[in-house]
Write a protein that binds this ligand. Sequence first.
Ligand SMILES: [Ca+2]
Ligand SMILES: [Ca+2]
Length: 355
Amino acid sequence: MTRTNANAGMVLVLGAMLAASALLAGGCDAKVGNPTIALNLPEKYNTPDGMTVDAKNNIILSVPNINDPNHPAVMLSISPTDEVTEITKLPNHPDTKRAIPLGVGVGSDGNLYISDSQGFVTDEHKSRVLRVVMKDGKAVKVEVVVTGLVMANGLAAHGDMIYVCDSKLEPKAYPLPSGVYGFKISELSGDKPYQVKPGLADKHLAIHFTTKNKDWQVGANGLGFDNEGNMVVCNFGDAQLIQGKMGAGGKVVSQKVVAEGQGMLSCDGLSVDRKSGDVYIADFLGNALHRVNLKTGKVTTIAKNANTDGADGSLDRPSEPCVRGNKVYVSNIDLPLAGNIYDKPHTLSVVEVGQ
Ligand SMILES: [Ca+2]
Ligand SMILES: [Ca+2]
């Protein structure tokens, strides 16, 4: 699968995805927008993914290094002037010898919470939530606080809670159930990590839904909260943005699909623009960045292009957007799927939006 590190597990999990690539021919024809390179990352940061903005307006970036795991997974900080510093490396899972950080959020305690998506190498419930304990802007230690997820993915901090997606609650079931767990920060312990119950059984499950797209059995993915405090979560395979009304106890009491398709081939990562209230979505399969108006459900394609190496700033299989000021940064995960080749450069693209 990867250029230098064919990995049997990854082939197992992602192999079915490759079969779908032929169906996507023609999905990347028309070029829209003109993104430029925000960051050109060195080889040791070869696969960027999840992002969030911290209290000092730094972007926190997960670097799972899926494409070349000879380099350890790290967390980076991108300053307001786009200078990159390494926050910490992440501890490998004792069984898989990998750490695969995707979603990241800053908790109300000031610590970083990160989904470690072992679902890229195994379906055996080995995904975790990690906590990077921060002090004076520096990482003090990394703890495991939740275990037992299948494919941990998007993660969001909201109030005194941490929410994390599991893209595959029951990996062999069809249609595929997926969902979002919510944990009070006060109940998370590095000394005694919480083990989630499999399937739909865990009391922390805040929302769940299914994915019907047989070629892409990947569900809950990008995650956030809109300006009214509703959960917004992407259903990757069915190209849906789902909105959930929150009730007491931090669980969703009603949910609806606010946008589906309309040019979106998949809904991967998302980011809420606090000024406009709009949701930006990275479309891995469509090789595109879209904007969704939550009031109307209308989808507008902001950027889209054919398969590329990303050297001119074009989208190179984007997985996550991140709104900072008037810019949307986009991680190009560049996985070798859907006809794409993993290649240099390793980039974050950026587009200017609004005023
Ligand atoms: Ca590239
Ligand atoms: Ca590429």
